[in-house]
Design a protein around this ligand. Structure first.
Ligand SMILES: CCCCCCCCCCCC(=O)SCCNC(=O)CCNC(=O)[C@H](O)C(C)(C)COP(=O)(O)OP(=O)(O)OC[C@H]1O[C@@H](n2cnc3c(N)ncnc32)[C@H](O)[C@@H]1OP(=O)(O)O
Length: 184
């Protein structure tokens, strides 16, 4: 992965630890919002990603490139692929059991991804320093051990639930996310 210093854990960053109440190994991860473009089951034209954590530390999901996802003829649009990477990384911060948002997302496109391809996505956290979480993801063609088509590195920033209150109903959002530890 070609990454900048902004998405590289600094010296002294801590590796994530299992959080009480976080999704346990083998469990499915629920959508954080049913209208999310990437994971919302009620979104009419979204990617409808579903994810799980096999081990409590990494997250896996699959994304099949459809007709609606094209950039070049018969090939996935890079922005759509970046969305899938952002989301699987976003799902992996569930395991940290606190709300985070994407601050920075870097993406390497290594192979074209044709319509009809199923990308096997995997994301994990490389380190935490204060409010910053350093994460990584990869998308492999056709199988969990298939060729890597996309890699991403990201910096996510921990926020409090009020972050989501400016443009939505905080009470409803908080009620939907009682699973998150709420920041002081
Ligand atoms: C209920 C729903 C559930 C959960 C919902 C989960 C949704 C998941 C969906 C998938 C993920 C998304 O797409 S999320 C949507 C896309 N992202 C966003 O909308 C975020 C928009 N940006 C922001 O709101 C803001 O910039 C924040 C929150 C990221 C940071 O603002 P802040 O809280 O004021 O903090 P700030 O002091 O600026 O930054 C804190 C530290 O991080 C560093 N930092 C901040 N941004 C960057 C950056 N881009 N690149 C490098 N470093 C950065 C700062 O230098 C600082 O370092 P130092 O000085 O401390 O060293």
């Amino acid at each position: 992965m070609t990454r900048s210093s902004l998405t590289t854990p600094p010296p002294g960053a801590n590796l994530p630890e299992a959080q009480p109440g976080a999704p346990s190994p083998g469990s499915a991860l629920v959508s954080h919002y049913d209208q999310c473009f990437a994971c919302g089951p009620a979104h009419p034209t979204g990617l409808h990603l579903t994810a799980r954590t096999p081990d409590g530390a990494t997250v896996e999901a699959e994304f099949t490139v459809g007709e609606a996802h094209q950039g070049a003829p018969r090939l996935a649009h890079g922005g759509v692929l970046a969305t899938a990477m952002d989301e699987v990384i976003g799902m992996s911060v569930y395991l940290l059991h606190k709300p985070y948002v994407t601050g920075r997302l870097e993406t390497d496109y290594l192979l074209p991804v044709p319509v009809g391809t199923t990308l096997h996505l995997r994301a994990w956290c490389n380190g935490i320093a204060g409010r910053k979480a350093y994460l990584e993801a990869e998308g492999r063609i056709g199988a969990p051990d298939g060729p890597v088509a996309v890699r991403a590195a990201a910096l996510f920033i921990e926020v409090n639930m009020e972050h989501f209150a400016k443009h939505a109903d905080l009470a409803v959002t908080a009620a939907d996310h009682q699973d998150y530890e709420v920041n002081p």
